[in-house]
Each structure stands twice: as C-alpha cells, then as structure tokens.
Ligand binder design. Structure first.
Ligand code: GAL
Length: 363
C-alpha cells in the first residue's frame, strides 16, 4: 500500500512538472529540444532561436534536456502532446535519442536533427549543421601552422563518444595532423591508442572510438581538467616544453589550458577550441587560448526555423548535402565556420554584432 501511495505521489509530481501540458494539445507548432543549459554553447543557440522566433507567426517552445536522455524523452512527449508539427532536436546522446524521435515520427511529426546528428534510426528527416569535419580540420591546421620544429609534443583530447560530432571533429583534426605525426613533426604524448594508429591516414569508426574512449573529455570541464593533470603528471620534462594541444571545445580548452599554464615544465602551449564562448573570447584576448572555431548560431537557428516553417507550409526543405546516420542518408543543410584568433576577434565577433565590446576587457 505504502509503495502504491508512493507511486501515485511520484506520478502526480511528474504530471505537475511536465504533464499539465497534456491539456493544452494543439497549441505549439514547432518544438525545440536542446541538450543542456550547463554548456554556454546551447545558451547561445537558445538566444538565437528566441530572436528568430520573435519574427514568426508560429508558436514555438524550447525545452532543455539537462544532459539526460530520459528528460529528453519526456520533453519530446510533452511537445507531441502539445500538437507540434515539426521537432528540432539537438540530442544529448546520438543513439539513445533514436527511440524518442521514433515516437515523434509515429505521431506524424517531421524531425530535424539540429547540430548533432541522431544516429541509427530512420526517424530523422533532415539535419541542420555546421561543417563539423571542417571544424576539426581548422583546429588541426592551426596547430600545424604554428609548429616550427620536429618532435613537438602533441596532446590530443576529444568530445563525448555519445555525440556524433566528437567523431567528425576528431576525424577532421586527424586529416591534418596525421601526416605530421607520421613524419615525426608531432609526437603524441597522451594516447597509446592514437600512437598505435598513427600510420593510418583514415580511421574507421571503431578506430576513432578507441582513441576517443581514451582521450574523451565527455564535454565536461572537470573530466578535461583531471585528464590533463594526469597526462602532465605522467609526462617527463622532455615531453612538456612547448606543447600543442588539440582541445575539442572552448570549455574544455579553458580547463586543459589552465592545467598546462600551471605546470612549471610547460614553457608555452598552443591550444584549440570551438564555439566562441564569451569566456574563451576573453581567454583569446588575454593570450590564454590560441584560437576558437566560431560557429555562427544565428545562421544555424535561422536555417532550422526556415526549414521548419517551409515544411509546415508544405514547401520543400532546402538542403545541400547528405549525412549518413548509420540507417539512412539524411538530407542536410550545412554551414561553414570561421577561425577566430586574437588578430580577427574584433572583426568577426564584435563588428558583426555577435557580441558587444562591453562584454570584454582589453579589446
Ligand atoms: C557539439 C557541438 C559543439 C560543442 C559540443 C559541446 O556537439 O557541435 O559546438 O559545443 O557539442 O557541447
């Protein structure tokens, strides 16, 4: 009996948190689900969506999954119950999201994968994304452009293995770095799996998984920090000196960079990033992060909303490329990215109106 009362209470609590919406069926046209509020990248996307939404006659609701596939599923169910016609979703976990978007498909909803491709399901209709392989290539190229001598120490880090983009970013970086690893310009210091594969110009998904499994940051600052600390503790003085660091995004770049900066045997370091997060833009101005790959979320949010509106109107979605998600070729709309360093930070991020100069010091 106690158990039953408990279950009823939990059910009532769930209803009050998420379920009230069931009454409001048919009230939302486009549902947007983003992975978490805890990574600044997704707050940028939210802000951009909000400004695009303000200009449409359609009703739109944005929900966050807070790094949980279970919350993501609840969010999708909530939006289905509100009668959405199109779902724009950036998944927390590429594979786990498959089952949830299948629910949306069964309800006759068009599914647009946003930024991160949902894998191994037929239930993805379209994909709106940045060119993620080129993000990794831009990072690799930055490190390659700055290396002046042979036998330079290279430290590799990756994103979360549950995010398909982590594979694309690493693949892109490997395209540029591998020839320089093979010819002895770079020496990998922190991944036995990458060392074992260093003669391979192209890595299979399985091979990438092995490396990513070893050097993943899980997109988490703390994981990134403790891995970097462990790597530098294990490295000899000779394996430090001037370091070249592939960091997969801005949050992890700041935490890994801080660890390298604090090590007395590190004389200097080049470190990559992506997303042009405000804190990293300040790090770039201050010389603590070398570069970031700017992904203009204004374009991505606009493209996703334009696509959703076209589909609601019964028009064709504009796509320019396809991505294979393991189950099908997904028609996709792809956007280019821009490398930002101290030299062009003002032009690209301030003069374009993306950020205000008052958000930074020392510009
Ligand atoms: C990726 C995304 C990146 C980065 C990362 C961490 O999927 O494309 O821009 O923010 O997630 O959340």
């Amino acid at each position: 009996m106690k158990k039953f009362v408990c279950m009823m209470l939990t059910a009532a609590l769930c209803l009050s948190l998420f379920g009230g919406v069931a009454l409001a069926s048919g009230t939302v046209d486009i549902g947007i689900v983003l992975p978490t509020k805890d990574e600044p990248r997704w707050l940028q996307d939210q802000a951009r969506f909000e400004s695009v939404i303000a200009d449409t006659p359609y009703t739109v609701e944005v929900l966050f999954s807070q790094g949980s596939s279970a919350v993501e599923r609840t969010n999708i169910e909530t939006l289905i119950s509100k009668g959405i016609k199109v779902l724009i979703i950036c998944a927390h976990d590429a594979d786990a999201a498959g089952l949830s978007v299948e629910l949306a498909k069964e309800a006759g909803i068009t599914v647009i994968s946003y930024d991160r491709l949902i894998t191994n399901t037929e239930a993805v209709d379209y994909y709106v994304t940045f060119d993620s392989v080129s993000v990794g290539e831009a990072m690799g190229k930055y490190l390659a452009d700055n290396v002046k001598e042979k036998a330079q120490s290279l430290y590799l880090y990756a994103g979360a293995a549950s995010d398909n983009n982590a594979f694309l970013f690493f693949e892109g970086a490997w395209n540029i770095l591998q020839p320089l690893i093979a010819d002895g310009t770079f020496v990998i210091r922190n991944s036995s799996e990458a060392v074992a594969l260093q003669a391979e110009p192209k890595l299979t998904r399985e091979q990438l998984s092995k490396i990513i499994g070893q050097v993943t940051t899980e997109w988490d600052f703390n994981v990134a920090k403790s891995k970097a600390e462990a790597h530098l503790t294990a490295a000899t003085k000779d394996e430090k000196g001037l370091c070249f660091v592939l960091a997969p995004n801005d949050g992890t770049a700041r935490s890994i960079g801080d660890v390298f900066a604090a090590d007395a045997d590190v004389n200097g370091y080049y470190i990559t990033g992506q997303d042009a997060e405000i804190a990293s833009v300040q790090y770039i101005i201050d010389g603590k992060q070398s570069m970031t790959v700017f992904k203009d979320t204004r374009t991505l949010a606009q493209d996703a909303m334009d696509m959703a509106i076209a589909l609601i109107k019964g028009e064709e979605a504009k796509t320019d490329v396809t991505y294979n998600n393991g189950a099908k070729e997904v028609p996709s709309k792809q956007t280019a990215v821009t490398v930002v360093t101290k030299d062009n930070v003002k032009d690209v991020l301030i003069d374009s109106g993306y950020y205000a100069s008052s958000q930074f010091t020392g510009l």
